[in-house]
Write a protein that binds this ligand. Structure first.
Ligand code: 13P
Length: 248
């Protein structure tokens, strides 16, 4: 089986006690499997409980949903990379569409966050994706590649091994409308080519996200350009998420 990554973005759901219960249930039905890596991105308050609950499993990583680029300081409400690491996170999402479009995160800020994560020994899962109007205007590739270049500006050659990319078309997130495997593959190919131009080594994983569920995960992952999935709603229920993860 080719290596696949299954990433759960819990967004603003699942407090610490529920995270522990989730992990207990999930561990009972998902044994460690060769070639499969799992990520959980709980809300910041649940990072520690989640990391603790999955501590025995080398195939399961826990990350933050967002980080600030400064290591510490007067940034009320934000968490730094060292704070997230102190709670057990080994990476973070960067530039999720909700951070970009609900909270106004800029391309330039995503670059700072990626650099801060990599410099601290953590992984960065950079999210890129176009809005519906941008897709309809034929700007999908231009938008995604611009976000990619900004997010990965200045990544040192020896740090690329901790970079992951998630292509999440904004119009597909939480809408029940996913990109077709073929549509996603076109964008993944363009991302892969750009990663090469930016100096990234081959093998940087590119995940797809946006309304992935039990019904479409298999077809999406059958497309070889898609090396994993980043899932919101369908990752909130341990039985359903276990089913998606173990189908492969
Ligand atoms: P949904 O799977 O709920 O569409 O969310 C996708 C997402 O934003 C994952 O980061």
């Amino acid at each position: 089986m080719r290596p696949l990554i299954f990433a759960a973005n819990w967004k603003m759901h699942i407090p610490p006690a529920e995270a522990r219960a989730f992990a207990k249930h999930f561990l009972g039905s998902v044994p460690l499997a060769q070639g499969r890596t799992l990520w959980f991105f709980p809300p910041a308050v649940s990072i520690e409980a989640t990391a603790e609950a999955f501590r025995e499993r080398p195939d399961i990583h826990v990350g933050a949903q967002d980080v600030h680029w400064e290591p510490k300081g007067a940034f009320t409400g934000a968490i730094s990379v060292p704070l997230a690491q102190g709670a057990g996170a080994v990476g973070a999402l960067v530039g999720h569409s909700e951070r970009r479009h609900v909270f106004g995160e800029t391309d330039e800020e995503t670059g700072r966050k990626v650099r801060a994560l990599l410099a601290s020994g953590a992984s960065a899962m950079l999210c890129v994706g176009e809005k519906l109007a941008e897709r309809e205007a034929g700007e999908t590739e231009a938008v995604c590649l611009r976000q990619l270049r900004a997010g990965l500006a200045g990544v040192a050659a020896d740090l690329w091994s901790r970079v992951l990319i998630a292509y999440e078309p904004v119009w597909a997130i939480g809408t029940g409308r996913n990109a077709t495997p073929a549509d996603a593959a076109v964008v993944h190919r363009a991302i892969r080519a750009e990663l090469g131009r930016l100096g990234g080594p081959p093998g940087i994983p590119i995940l797809y996200g946006g309304s992935v569920n039990k019904g479409n995960a298999q077809a999406l992952l059958a497309e070889r350009q898609i090396e994993g999935v980043l899932v919101g709603g369908a990752s909130l229920d341990p039985a359903g998420w276990a089913e998606i993860v173990t189908t492969y």
